[in-house]
Design a binder for this molecule. Structure first.
Ligand SMILES: [Zn+2]
Length: 409
């Protein structure tokens, strides 16, 4: 996911993981996502079906349909007994570099994920797209199921700046939780008696965003089969290889494979847990659109003593322009901007208000005296369009500062 790339700190960087600019990523364990997947796979017809599908899925051990809480606890128990294998499958995937433009390694990732699907008896294929990263597609048909759920995740990752990594990005490293001052936790040697400390983290590129969901989904399938359950819906998987590079060819792939990718619902497994650390399913995803703008001043830098108040200063022009775009409550002031913005409904607002309150804790942890719109709840705020500035580059400061009216901003 490419949400607003603002910086966050400490425990909210842990729970609200999509801080795309932070290079160290971690995931405690695939277990929480398995629970989410359990919820997801239980949707649909509400009935479990007894046999493996035409794709060669193995039949479950029993045909009884346990209650949802019993299902969840059976899966949880299975997961506790298989943490070592789950984490091993994740670290094997994390060891393969995954920048979208690294063709050779992207294909290694794609082929490994395809093999992971096939090992579980799913029909899997690479949806090739010329020189661009293929999508790994998998399908589990469930006899009698009338609905289809698509699970999306992406296997590519952001580029790595080697100097920002305490340990190499493609050498997954297990660590204790960060210390109180925010510094890295101690390196762990591995599981103890087959169990991981649920608060430990694996540091590697894409450990959380977004390879972990892929392994969690596979593990959820394993757990369901091992505990005699089968999804009540047809299940498809769409693992993209170009998300962090802007998904430039996603629409082509979707158009080309229209029937293959048809589903009643897509679950995008590429978002954060709630800041309270509870699991969450979010209806709708915030999109992002960006641009660079340049404001020009004089053709060459001018002495501010000789030309100030005469030559327009691009630093002033750009800040005035930006300040005119929104007010301090985030209301976008561009004419007619809200004409096609659908406001949240009363039930959506009620759902947002029913979320655990986390704002006061977050303000404290982030050293914010106040948040926008009179400390309004974050869930309400992110349902509205936001206009943000990623950076302004103009002139020189500090040691390089000089008395100049710059040429552009
Ligand atoms: Zn992502």
């Amino acid at each position: 996911m490419s949400p607003d790339r603002s910086r966050s700190t400490q425990r909210f960087a842990e729970s609200a993981t999509p801080v795309e600019t932070l290079s160290r990523r971690y995931v405690a364990c695939a277990a929480t996502t398995i629970a989410l997947v359990m919820t997801a796979l239980s949707m649909g017809t509400g009935r479990a079906h007894a046999q493996g599908g035409a794709t060669g899925a193995r039949p479950p051990a029993s045909t009884t349909v346990p209650r949802p809480d019993a299902q969840a606890s059976a899966v949880r128990k299975w997961r506790e007994q298989h943490e070592v294998e789950i984490v091993r499958e994740l670290t094997t995937l994390l060891e393969i570099p995954n920048r979208a433009t690294d063709r050779a390694n992207i294909l290694r990732n794609a082929n490994l994920i395809k093999a992971m699907l096939e090992r579980r008896g799913l029909a899997a294929q690479l949806l090739e797209n010329g020189e661009f990263p293929p999508t790994v597609f998998g399908e589990l048909r469930v006899p009698g199921a009338t609905r289809t759920v698509m699970f999306y995740a992406h296997y590519d990752g952001q580029p790595v700046t080697v100097s920002e990594w305490a340990t190499p990005a493609y050498s997954p490293t297990l660590r204790a939780p960060p210390q109180a001052d925010g510094s890295l936790g101690a390196v762990r040697t591995g599981p103890v008696n087959g169990r991981y400390n649920a608060e430990d983290r694996i540091y590697a590129r894409s450990a959380s965003d977004d390879k972990s969901p892929i392994v969690a989904l596979m593990s959820a399938l394993d757990a369901m089969r091992a505990t005699g359950q089968l999804p009540s819906v047809n299940v498809k998987f769409f693992f993209e290889g170009e998300e962090e590079a802007g998904s430039a060819h996603l629409s082509e792939i979707l158009a080309k494979h229209k029937e293959l990718v048809a589903a009643d619902v897509w679950l995008i497994c590429d978002g954060p847990a709630h800041q309270s650390r509870d699991l969450q399913i979010v209806f709708g995803v915030r999109g992002v659109m960006g641009f660079d703008a340049t404001v020009y001043g004089p053709a060459r830098a001018l002495h501010s003593g000789h030309y100030g108040n005469w030559a327009p200063n691009p630093a002033m022009l750009i800040t005035e322009l930006i300040a005119s775009l929104r007010n301090s409550d985030g209301r976008i002031l561009v004419d007619r901007f809200y004409d096609d913005v659908v406001p949240p409904t009363a039930s959506e607002l009620a759902a947002a208000r029913a979320l655990p309150p986390v704002e006061a804790d977050m303000r404290r942890a982030l050293l914010l005296g106040a948040s926008e719109a009179g400390n309004a709840p974050i869930a309400e705020r992110i349902m509205l369009p936001a206009l943000n500035i990623h950076g302004i580059k103009v002139g020189e400061v500090g040691e390089l500062s000089n008395n100049a009216i710059p040429t552009e901003a």
